[in-house]
Ligand binder design. Structure first.
Ligand SMILES: Cc1cc2nc3c(=O)[nH]c(=O)nc-3n(C[C@H](O)[C@H](O)[C@H](O)COP(=O)(O)OP(=O)(O)OC[C@H]3O[C@@H](n4cnc5c(N)ncnc54)[C@H](O)[C@@H]3O)c2cc1C
Length: 528
């Protein structure tokens, strides 16, 4: 994917695109893959970087959602379990099976969760990842050597999927590009153009790097802007009613030693009735999340003190070595684009549906919102089916259930640290062979080599330090302090590729450092 080529295609196209997608998160990328694989002409625009919104900030689970089972939402669980199975089949380099243990401290938990997980297995049907079962105390301790032992009676084992969210996102975009889609970041939809009847017939784009404006025609425009859905709809219809309720969730990243072994912990009912996960991810321990209703969406929301305390307190109940604030390597925060309850009633955001909605405004703008990362493919299929009817586009069946995602590799475990790149690992190795410096680790506390940064710039539209360290690699999430330490070196590597000067490097380092400091947890505020 080359930015200059993408922009040239936008400038040169005289015919309308079949579909213009606004928003480069999981949902927008999924639509670009689906539509381009059906042979449609697709343009996707993202005003920040791909995944800068919610899609880089998930719990990294490809899951049916055990919690929704408890809520009795069987069809949502079945949909997600099927999608989980399809993703493992189509992107085995990024998605893998992860065993989870529900630790049991009361007599009733083993039969209760044991039966619940059997239902979960049953609903997965032919897409099941592995059988759940009740574990003895000894088996539980073997799987979770660092679990709190006092009062532990045993556990329940079940299986779900795990992934690297932005790696999947970038590979979805690359899949769409492989099928002819044009995709560009740092390009904002700022207004719509209309036909004689007043229907949306295209988009006015503001490209932020060169401050260029483009007017592009479209047979269908899809709004896939997640937490910014209502803002985008109001560009077309200023009086559009609110569709999205934003809800914030935080994750704390700890050293791997807090959760030894290859199993995750699932706490089905925390002190305040929520679900909490502690999962191994990229050789760290990820703990989260929360579900806090907030007023307005933003790109870099801050964790609330009560959220930090809740996650740490709950982790301390279950881990034999209690984590403190000083142990937190990084804290990241995301906002869920939940579909508002009909009538907009108040209530707990955790009770709002995780299903998706497709809405066509009077202007003809198609909005798709809600769902979750796991169900992006199904959302995209549903959306493109609607778009074909609405835009009178050529009929073509959806092919993504069987479509291999870019980088597909049947046995990526042979690729070592470059596993998540799948077949692209070869290209990164070739860059590493250019100079010894490019094969060197960027920092002893991070698993990344310089060649990955260069690869991101050359092939994955990585434009800023934030892109390179938060979403092409996950350095910022794995260790915020180490990511600040490597910022000058990484900026210099990028500048050489992008033809940028010392002033650009200084600006990038300064803005990234300010951002990364927000991912570092300071001491608890002193209460008056
Ligand atoms: C804390 C948390 C944990 C989660 N964990 C999981 C999990 O483990 N598994 C799971 O399946 N799901 C999970 N989810 C849900 C999942 O992450 C989201 O459902 C999904 O990422 C939403 O994707 P999206 O494309 O709708 O939104 P986004 O990723 O936010 O994408 C929308 C994009 O639109 C862009 N945009 C906005 N306005 C414009 C404009 N005018 N022009 C151009 N671009 C624009 C934004 O910059 C943004 O990048 C989690 C969510 C949260 C918050």
């Amino acid at each position: 994917m080359k930015r200059a080529e993408m922009l040239a295609r936008i400038a040169e196209r005289t015919e309308p695109w079949d579909i213009v997608v606004i928003g480069g998160g999981a949902v927008g990328a999924g639509i670009a893959v689906d539509a381009s694989a059906r042979g449609l002409a697709v343009l996707l625009v993202e005003r920040e970087d791909f995944g800068k919104g919610t899609s880089s900030r998930s719990t990294k689970l490809v899951h049916g959602g055990v919690r929704y089972l408890e809520q009795g939402n069987i069809s949502l669980v079945m949909e997600a379990l099927k999608e989980r199975g399809l993703l493992l089949r189509n992107a085995p380099h990024i998605v893998h099976d992860l065993p989870f243990v529900v630790p049991n401290y009361s007599w009733w938990e083993a039969p209760f969760y044991g039966i619940g997980m059997k239902v979960y297995d049953l609903l997965a049907g032919k897409y099941n990842f592995g059988k759940s079962r009740v574990l003895s105390l000894t088996e539980t301790l073997e799987r979770l050597p660092t679990i709190q032992r006092e009062g532990l009676r045993g556990g329940v084992l079940y299986h779900d999927g795990q992934f690297d969210d932005t790696r999947l996102l970038i590979h979805l975009l690359a899949t769409a590009a492989d099928h002819g889609a044009a995709l560009v970041n740092y390009t904002e939809a700022v207004d719509f153009i209309r036909d004689d009847a007043g229907f949306v017939a295209g988009v006015i784009l503001a490209e932020h790097e060169t401050q260029t404006r483009y007017t592009v025609g479209a047979k269908v425009v899809v709004n896939a802007t997640g937490i910014f859905t209502d803002e985008t709809r109001r560009l077309a219809e200023p009086m559009a009613e609110k569709m999205v309720t934003p809800s914030q969730g935080i994750h704390l990243v700890l050293d791997r030693s807090f959760l030894k072994g290859d199993n995750a912990i699932m706490v089905p009912r925390t002190s305040d009735g929520r679900v909490l996960f502690a999962i191994p991810w990229h050789d760290r321990t990820l703990v989260g999340t929360t579900d806090t209703s907030i007023d307005a969406p933003s790109y870099e929301p801050l964790p609330l003190e009560e959220e930090i305390e809740f996650v740490l307190d709950t982790a301390r109940e279950y881990l034999s070595r209690p984590p403190t604030r000083a142990d937190v390597l990084s804290v990241y925060v995301g906002i869920r684009p939940l579909v508002s309850a009909p009538g907009g009633g108040e209530g707990k955001t955790s009770a709002l549906s995780r299903g998706h909605t497709i809405h066509v405004d009077n202007s003809g703008l198609v909005t798709v919102v809600g769902g979750k990362w796991t169900t992006y493919r199904h959302m995209a299929e549903d959306c493109v089916d609607h778009a074909i009817t609405l835009g009178a586009l050529p009929e073509a069946a959806c092919v993504t259930a069987d479509l291999r995602i870019h980088g597909y590799h049947a046995d990526a475990s042979t690729l070592g640290a470059l596993r998540v790149y799948g077949s692209d690992a070869e290209g990164i190795r070739a860059i590493a062979n250019e100079r010894a410096e490019l094969a060197a680790l960027l920092h002893p506390a991070l698993p990344y080599i310089a060649a990955e940064i260069i690869w991101g710039v050359r092939h994955e539209l990585s434009r800023t330090l934030d892109d390179a360290l938060a979403r092409r690699t996950r350095a910022l999430l794995l260790n915020a302090r180490a990511s600040i330490a490597i910022a000058p070196h990484v900026a210099a590597l990028m500048a050489a590729e992008l033809g940028q000067d010392a002033e650009w490097i200084a600006r990038q380092v300064s803005s990234f450092t300010a951002l990364a400091r927000q991912y570092i947890l300071g001491p608890a505020p002193v209460r008056a």
